[in-house]
Structures are given as structure tokens and as C-alpha cells.
Design a protein around this ligand. Structure first.
Ligand code: ITT
Ligand code: CA
Length: 526
């Protein structure tokens, strides 16, 4: 049968006999339904339009922040960025730039203070390129100096302040919003490192779409932080026992609506450069000649060390003795076991005034949970291929790797890694052995708990370190209480609005078809 599709779905035309009056009573409700239906469809269209247009994302307002990490070995400048409207969310701040300042750390400029400020020039220019010009003035810049400056301050407070004010003047004259340059404490360094990695790993997040039911959301465990610098090392974690035996090692935080009792300790002089100095000074005590055979360097490796420089640090000053020779001639013998024995003498385990200590009589509660180990922990273990992504090589294989690496002659090592800086390459045997001793003997990681350590350099695009946590704290970006959040995301909200509107339209059409039975649905027409 041929059907005229154009006419088939129209309402039935009036078909009474000529001259008969139309039935007004039956058309009135029809009209009312039509008008109501029309208004309903209009309302649904308006609803969808409002959902889509009104709830549209505004163009992103990006903010920037700059932190300079004035470490003992060198200075790094970090540029962070985050969307302004989300600044209280966890995990939204990202590192977009790291610039390594040429030359030594600022504490190395004690003899030529103005050079410390000049050294920052290149990285400040780089930051001016990364941050859009119209935002320079509103972008905060902070400088935090760590163990190198702590040591210089102990040695000569006046010179340390001179260095600090020279870099401060340089930062003040930059187009950014200078917020301060100071020496941070070891406690702060440990705490901010812990905040950084847990912020980046999302450990503070107690969210999910069930935000409004906090009891049901899972609260993640935090991860401990292990930082190894050139002049100090930090250990920070949440112990099982809430009560601490030593107040100076305990910190309390309230972050995103949860309280944390954190243990932290910073060992000044136990960064890897100062630890090497302390070891050499101890070795020197028994030396009769200027030649020192050192098992922590490869056979065939030789290095001259100035005696004056060696004793110039507060870490070694107590061992000062007058020697007949101005230089120490270090000759490598590449023996892991002997090296480890010498290094372990640096950890005094003889007395502990608490129920439990790490070393040097410092309180440390039993290790708890997973740990992220960064800075030199990562540089060294990564070079030695001992920093697998998920869990590290077992302690025993780390030890055999070290035995094997230390025993390789220097000529062979140098030829195998021509692209690696000689200063770093020559010290990987010492550094790897030191890391194992510090973790195993110092902090008492066992074969089992060693597996809980993850050596990490970056988390996402951000370096693991104290700088991000420092900035988050100073810009008040970590709220004490969980910020109120909408139960649905933007996309979820728009989707749900559109879906409900479509369901309403569908229901209306279906109702129309069933109850009004337009001609098209009548038997014989379709
Ligand atoms: O925290 P402080 O103690 O002030 O020191 P820092 O901040 O300068 O210390 P880093 O973490 O930057 O570096 C720690 C040590 O690792 C060394 N280092 C840096 N990059 C390295 C690499 O690629 N391989 C080996 N060692 C490296 C560096 O010279 C330091 O001795
Ligand atoms: Ca550091």
C-alpha cells in the first residue's frame, strides 16, 4: 500500500458533513494538551540550554609560584603552576620548570658574596620566560637554604647572613613578588619533603564521588620520606604509636580534615658529601703518611684532598689535628666490605636514652609503612640500576651489585660511562655503600622493610623534594579542613541534566502516542 508520509502523522482533519457545526467541547482539551505539551518541550529545551551554557567552564586562570632550593651542593629554581579556582584541591600544583644554577651552592660563595647573587641571573631570566609577563608581579618567589647554609652559619654566622642578604637583594630586584629568603630548619626540610610526596601521590585525598559520606570513603595511608642531600639527610614518617618519646622529633599537622602525628629527624653532616669528609678524617687519624688507601674508591683511582678544606667544615672540625702534609693523597682499593666497615663507624649505636634509637642517641620509633627515597638516594640507586619502578631490588642483590661495582677498576668504569661527570662517577661506590649502611645500620631497615622503599626522582612532572611542600604551606594552599566539594563533577552534572531532559521528552512523546493515538499509529495507516 502506498502511504503519503507527509500527511500520515498529522492530526485528523475535521471531517463532518457540510454545514454541520464543529464540536467545540472536544477541541478545547485537545488545545490545552497541545499548549501544555508545547510549553513542556520549551521548558526542557531551556533546561538543556541552561545546563550546557551556564555551567560551561570559564577560561582557566593559571597561577605561578617560584621556589629556589639553595642546597649545599647547588641551587635549583623551580616554577610551579596551578589553576586558580582549584588551589585548595590536592594534587593540582605541578612543576613546569626546573633550572639548575651553575656553580656551587650559595654557601660556597663565602669568600665572594656578590658572586652568589650573580649566579642566580640565568635561572631568574629563565623563570621570566616561563611565567607570562603580565603575571610576573603577582608571582611569589621564595628561597630556602638548607644544610650548606646551616653549616656556614655555625662556622660564621655573620658571613652566612651576608650571603643570604646578597641573594635576597638579587631576588628583590627581579620582577617577581619576593616573599623571603631564609635558612630552613632540618625539621622543616623533613616535614615539607613528606608533604610534597604525599600531596603528589594523592595520599591526602579522602575524596571520590561519595565525598558527602566521609565515613564510607577510604582514607589512604601516607608514605614516609627519605631525603639524602650533600650535607644532611632527613627521615620522616607517621609511626604506629601516636605518642612520641621525643618532642623535638614530633610534628602535628591537620590537612584536608585529618590529623597526622609525624616523626621527623634531620641529621646534619650525614648528607653524602659531608659523610665522605667525616670518613676521610677518621681514616686520617691512623694515617702516618699523606697516602691513604681507600676501599670506597675504585682501584686505579687517585685524588688529592686539601687538608685545610677537609677540616674546614663543622662536621670535621672536632677531629682536627696538625699534620705534616698539606694534601692527602687518596688511592682507591675498591673493596665494598672494607668500605662498609669504615662507613659504619660513622653511626654510633652505643647508647640510646629512649626505648628505640636510630643512631647517635637519636629517638626513632619503629619504621612504619612505605617510604619514598629521593634526592641522592635516587640519583645513586638509579645509576646503579637498583631503583626499579615498583619495588627496589632486594637488599641482598643491592649488596652484591655494590660488591661487583666497587671491585671494577677505575679505567674500566671510566670507559663504560664516558658521559657521566667524573666527580659523581668516582663516588658511586662510596655513595651506594653509604646509602645501604645508612638505611640498614643507621635507620635499621631489614630485608623485609627494605622492600617498602621506593627510590623516586619525580612524581608525575614534579621533582620529589621539600620545595613544593614549602610553597603549598606558605601560600596557604593546604587547608586544615576538607574543602566543600560538589558531589558531581562538571561533566557529570551536564550529562545528568541532558539525560534527564531527554528522558522527560521521551516520556512525553510516548504518553502522547499512547493516549492521544495520532492517526499514524492507527491500524491500517502504518
Ligand atoms: O640538601 P642539602 O644537604 O643541602 O644538599 P643538596 O640539596 O645540595 O643536595 P642534592 O640533593 O642536590 O644532591 C645530593 C648529592 O647528590 C649529588 N648529586 C647530584 N646529582 C647527582 C647525580 O646525578 N649523580 C650522583 N650524585 C649526584 C650532589 O652533588 C650532592 O652531593
Ligand atoms: Ca636538598
Amino acid at each position: 500500500m502506498d502511504v503519503d508520509t507527509r500527511a500520515s502523522c498529522q492530526s485528523l482533519p475535521y471531517s463532518g458533513s457540510a454545514g454541520a457545526k464543529p464540536k467545540m467541547a472536544s477541541t478545547k482539551p485537545k488545545m490545552a494538551v497541545l499548549i501544555l505539551g508545547f510549553l513542556f518541550v520549551l521548558a526542557v529545551i531551556a533546561l538543556i540550554t541552561v545546563a550546557v551554557t551556564q555551567n560551561q567552564r570559564l577560561p582557566k586562570n593559571i597561577k605561578y609560584g617560584i621556589v629556589l632550593d639553595a642546597g649545599s651542593s647547588h641551587t635549583n629554581l623551580y616554577v610551579y603552576t596551578w589553576p586558580a579556582e582549584k588551589e585548595n584541591d590536592t594534587g593540582v600544583v605541578q612543576q613546569v620548570e626546573v633550572c639548575k644554577v651553575e656553580g656551587p651552592g650559595i654557601s660556597g660563595y663565602s669568600q665572594a658574596v656578590q658572586n652568589a647573587s650573580r649566579s642566580l641571573q640565568h635561572c631568574l631570566e629563565r623563570a621570566q620566560e616561563v611565567v607570562p609577563q603580565q603575571q610576573h608581579q603577582e608571582t611569589p618567589v621564595y628561597l630556602g637554604a638548607t644544610a650548606g647554609m646551616r653549616l656556614l652559619s655555625l662556622e660564621n654566622r655573620h658571613v652566612a647572613m651576608e650571603v643570604l642578604s646578597a641573594v635576597e637583594n638579587r631576588l628583590r630586584s627581579s620582577p617577581f613578588n619576593f616573599q623571603g629568603a631564609r635558612i630552613i630548619t632540618g625539621q622543616e626540610e623533613g616535614a615539607y619533603g613528606w608533604i610534597t610526596i604525599n600531596y603528589l601521590l594523592g595520599s591526602f585525598k579522602q575524596s571520590g564521588w561519595l565525598n558527602f559520606l566521609p565515613k564510607l570513603t577510604s582514607i589512604k595511608e601516607t608514605v614516609g620520606a627519605l631525603d639524602l642531600g650533600g650535607a644532611s639527610t632527613q627521615i620522616t614518617f607517621v609511626p604506629e604509636q601516636e605518642q612520641s618519646e621525643s618532642q623535638e622529633n614530633s610534628l602535628h599537622f591537620r590537612l584536608y580534615g585529618k590529623s597526622y602525628n609525624v616523626y621527623t629527624h634531620s641529621f646534619l653532616c650525614y648528607g653524602k658529601d659531608q659523610a665522605l669528609r667525616m670518613k676521610l678524617v677518621r681514616d686520617l687519624q691512623n694515617a702516618e703518611t699523606a697516602r691513604l688507601q681507600d676501599p670506597c674508591f675504585h682501584t686505579g683511582y687517585e685524588r688529592n684532598v686539601s687538608i685545610r678544606d677537609l677540616y674546614a667544615s663543622p662536621c670535621t672540625a672536632n677531629y682536627k689535628q696538625s699534620l705534616a702534609f698539606p694534601q692527602l693523597h687518596v688511592v682507591g682499593s675498591g673493596d665494598y666490605q672494607a668500605c662498609q666497615t669504615r662507613i659504619e663507624e660513622l653511626f654510633n649505636k652505643t647508647s640510646c636514652p629512649y626505648s628505640k634509637c636510630s643512631f647517635n642517641g637519636i629517638f626513632q620509633p619503629p619504621l612504619q609503612g612505605h617510604f619514598g627515597a629521593f634526592s641522592a638516594f635516587y640519583f645513586v640507586m638509579n645509576f646503579l640500576n637498583l631503583s626499579a619502578d615498583s619495588s627496589p631490588a632486594p637488599l641482598n642483590s643491592a649488596i652484591s651489585t655494590m660488591k661487583n661495582f666497587c671491585s671494577r677498576p677505575w679505567s674500566e668504569v671510566k670507559a663504560a660511562y664516558p658521559q657521566v661527570k667524573e666527580k659523581y662517577l668516582s663516588e658511586y661506590c662510596f655513595s651506594g655503600t653509604y646509602i645501604i649502611s645508612l638505611l640498614k645500620t643507621g635507620y635499621e631497615f631489614s630485608l623485609e622493610t627494605w622492600q617498602q622503599i621506593q627510590f623516586l626522582g619525580k612524581i608525575g612532572s614534579s621533582d620529589a623534594g621539600w620545595t613544593l611542600g614549602y610553597m603549598l604551606n606558605l601560600t596557604n594552599m593546604i587547608p586544615a579542613e576538607q574543602p566543600l566539594m560538589r558531589p558531581l563533577s562538571h561533566a557529570g552534572y551536564v550529562g545528568l541534566m541532558v539525560l534527564s531532559s531527554l528522558v522527560l521528552v521521551g516520556a512525553l512523546l510516548l504518553g502522547w502516542c499512547i493516549f492521544r493515538k495520532p492517526r499514524c499509529l492507527r491500524k491500517g495507516i502504518v
